[in-house]
Ligand binder design. Structure first.
Ligand code: BGC
Length: 382
């Protein structure tokens, strides 16, 4: 107990430091805005090792481990479902793996039933990161460990750590690739482009967009790129539920309203499903294929990148996330607590240790190299 409060104290102190130091770029914003801004932004301090000092009892090797996924609508989540089933089973655990079909209530119920079944750890990729607070805190109060998977868990004390690829970095990579593609394939600027964001309930989505805008905004300001619709804020550009149909409706409207007499040179797309939807709709509207970014290195998009139909994607291999999560579960099982890490993020309630992995750009030029250890994707390059 004493050790637990010691850890909480360290986390609170760390939060104070990160809130004070992390927002130097928002000189004019009020304290509340600063807190808001830094909420889910990951801070890395190589000198800080957020280590769990409490002594844990561990648990039986065949214990139930719950994995609660938001949906299976993109390849990364179906991969997670398969890999967690295989790896947890191979390690001797008893997995319960559920997907919530983008429904918050379903996810709350699924987590509740994992608690009732006696899970020792619950791994959660939230549908809506702010709406699991109650059930997660209930789990925590019963001594269950909660690991956020791919997405941070916000507005809750019911989280022990989060495994994810850097979202800001992902957005930066997407924007840089878009600019590189425009220069390579679309001649001299200025370039007409449009911007898409992901789901507003997914904490990654605003950070992808923010990372991208850090690169694009100066180019918009100096006129190198022109967002013809003028739609540049995340809320307007977001795609509810990461639903490709919603993206289809929006790109169709943008093309109709703004591009009947103009070429669209590029589109910032937050993931591969949206990228492919946008390319298809632009082709259907009689446009040349625009330069698009993407995310997830989905099989279909890896083929499109190779064919030159999708300019880029970003690989954030599911195998890396699952491997890291398994390391944490094994550490908890052995009674060693959460492993140390040097990154953290405020989630609106507490500072959460983050186990962060680096996303990697994929274009036709480097695809063979990126996938050299991924035979399934490698064989799509032909
Ligand atoms: C994940 C992406 C995925 C998206 C939609 C995000 O949270 O990071 O990999 O494409 O959700 O499922």
């Amino acid at each position: 107990m004493i050790k637990k409060s010691f850890l909480s104290l360290i986390l609170v102190m760390f939060m104070g430091v990160t809130l004070m130091s992390g927002c130097g770029n928002t000189e004019n914003s009020s304290a509340t805005e600063e807190k808001e801004e830094s909420k889910t932004e990951v801070q890395t301090d190589e000198n800080a090792n957020i280590e769990d000092k409490e002594e844990y009892p561990g648990f039986e090797k065949d214990s139930i481990i719950g994995v609660s996924l938001p949906w299976l609508g993109t390849q990364n989540w179906t991969e997670a479902q398969t890999m967690f089933t295989d790896e947890l089973t191979a390690a001797g655990y008893t997995p319960i793996i559920k997907q919530a079909d983008q429904k918050v209530e379903t996810q709350q119920e699924q987590i509740q039933s994992m608690i009732d079944e006696g899970a020792k750890v619950i791994v959660v990729g939230p549908v809506d990161s702010t709406r699991l607070s109650e059930v997660l805190e209930k789990a925590k109060s019963q001594g269950i460990y909660i690991i956020g998977y791919d997405r941070i868990l916000e507005e809750t004390t019911g989280v022990d750590g989060v495994v994810q690829y850097s979202s800001l970095k992902t957005g930066e990579i997407q924007a840089k690739a878009l600019l590189e593609g425009l220069e390579k394939l679309k001649g001299e600027g200025p370039y007409n482009i449009e911007l898409f964001g992901g789901s507003p309930t997914d904490p990654n989505a605003p950070n992808f967009f923010k990372g991208a805008m850090a690169i694009l905004q100066p180019m918009i300001d100096d006129g190198t790129i022109v967002v013809v619709s003028g739609e540049t804020d995340f809320e307007t550009c977001a795609t509810e539920g990461w639903n490709n149909e919603k993206a289809r409706e929006r790109i169709d409207k943008l093309l109709k309203d703004h591009y009947s007499d103009k070429d669209i040179a590029g589109v910032l797309c937050p993931n591969d499903g949206i990228a492919r939807t946008v390319v298809i709709e632009c082709e259907n509207a009689g446009q040349q294929v625009p330069v698009v970014s993407g995310l997830d290195a989905e099989d279909e998009s890896v083929k499109w990148v190779w064919q030159g139909r999708q300019y880029s994607t970003v690989a954030k291999p599911t195998s890396g996330l699952v491997k890291k999560t398994m390391e944490i579960i094994n550490s908890l099982q052995a009674g060693k607590g959460m492993p140390g890490t040097s990154a953290s993020a405020g989630n609106g309630r507490i500072v959460v240790p983050i186990y962060e992995l680096p996303p990697v750009l994929v274009t036709k030029e480097n695809a063979q190299e990126v996938f050299e250890d991924d035979p399934a994707r490698l064989q799509l390059l032909n």
